[in-house]
Design a protein around this ligand. Structure first.
Ligand code: FAD
Ligand code: FES
Length: 296
């Protein structure tokens, strides 16, 4: 199956042109690891460049790639970098199993396979002119970070922008330095809460949904973007709905095991939808009948 894409491509011959080309959406391209940064005990961020030359990797906030660790396997991971900086590809991953652990052990200079970008974006266009409330749980901040970069780069297009971020413990907080920087901005409200306070933590304690009742946003003119464990997303949707946000203005990012990533194999079927092709970002309105039903 082939589709036409119009973007900068990486050509082995190092001939780079912006042109309309026919690219196999299943084609894996080699990318070289520039560096790995450890975010927490089990989570790390990798930066990659095309191994065969070329420069740009265009994507929309919220999209994901299929990352292939040679000889181990392939997994879907959201792009966590800045969509405005297309010269480097950034992914933040939690090491949970065979492929993600092998990825954590890669060294600068190692090569992995990338195909993508795939999936639907966060509704950053639809949110223009509205307040934006972002609710992240744990590693869920990674798929939302590209959207935060977009909102901050286009700050005047939005009303209030609020991030509510919850993790199990202070040690699980991702992107600590960046969160500090964001917190110091007058035009971005950042509130963090941990389930369990450990060490010198002086901030909020409690699940992230406890931050919603006081969050400063206009229920009649807001868009919400949520990513985290399904149980957290369920209670977040309930709380936002209590504040008056309707389901069509609440967006969630869903996860299921994937194989093809392009709507061919059926592995990620979710009711009548495929998460890889129709999502992973959905309006809650469009999936409310299947939400919380495992492996539909
Ligand atoms: C669209 C999409 C975007 C994603 N983005 C990110 C991201 O930005 N960062 C990140 O760390 N992870 C992300 N994931 C999850 C990631 O794909 C899985 O953690 C990864 O596939 C695990 O592979 P593994 O071989 O290391 O572990 P496995 O051996 O396959 O699994 C280890 C454990 O994780 C569970 N698991 C595996 N895959 C999934 C899944 N997709 N959803 C829920 N549980 C799963 C398994 O049941 C098992 O308990 C995303 C998933 C999807 C579908
Ligand atoms: S992963 Fe194959 S259809 Fe979604």
């Amino acid at each position: 199956m082939r589709r036409d894409f119009n973007f900068w491509i990486f050509m082995p011959s190092k001939i780079l042109e912006k042109q309309s080309v026919s690219i196999d959406p299943m084609m894996t391209r080699p990318f070289r690891l520039l560096r790995t940064r450890r975010d927490t005990d089990d989570t790390f961020t990798i930066e990659l460049m095309p191994a065969e030359g070329g420069s740009e990797f265009a994507f929309q906030p919220g999209q994901f790639n299929m990352l292939y660790v040679f000889g181990v396997g392939e997994v879907p991971i959201s792009i966590s970098g800045d969509p405005g900086k297309t010269n480097v590809l950034v992914h933040t991953t939690r090491a949970v199993g065979a492929v993600t652990r092998a990825m954590k052990n890669l060294k600068p200079g190692d090569v992995i396979g990338i195909r993508g970008p795939y999936g639907t974006p966060w509704p950053v266009k639809k949110a223009e002119g509205s307040d934006v409330i972002i609710v992240a749980g744990g590693i869920g901040l990674a798929p939302l970070r590209s959207s935060i970069y977009h909102l901050l780069s286009n700050r005047s297009s939005y009303g209030k922008v609020v991030l509510l971020y919850g993790t199990r413990t202070p040690g699980d907080i991702l992107y600590k330095k960046e969160l500090e920087k964001w917190r110091s901005r007058f035009d971005f409200e950042v509130h963090i809460s941990v389930d369990r306070s450990i060490g010198s933590w002086r901030g909020n304690v409690g699940v992230v949904t406890t931050l919603i009742p006081k969050a400063p946003f206009s229920a009649s003119n807001s868009i919400a973007m949520i990513c985290g464990p399904e149980i957290m997303m369920r209670y977040t949707v309930q709380e936002l709905n209590k504040r008056g946000l309707t389901y069509d203005r609440i967006f969630v990012s869903m996860e299921r095991n994937m194989k093809c990533g392009v709507g061919l194999c059926g592995h990620c079927q979710y009711g009548p939808k495929f998460i890889c092709k129709d999502g992973a970002v959905f309006s809650f309105e469009s999936i409310k009948d299947w939400f919380m039903k495992r492996e539909l």
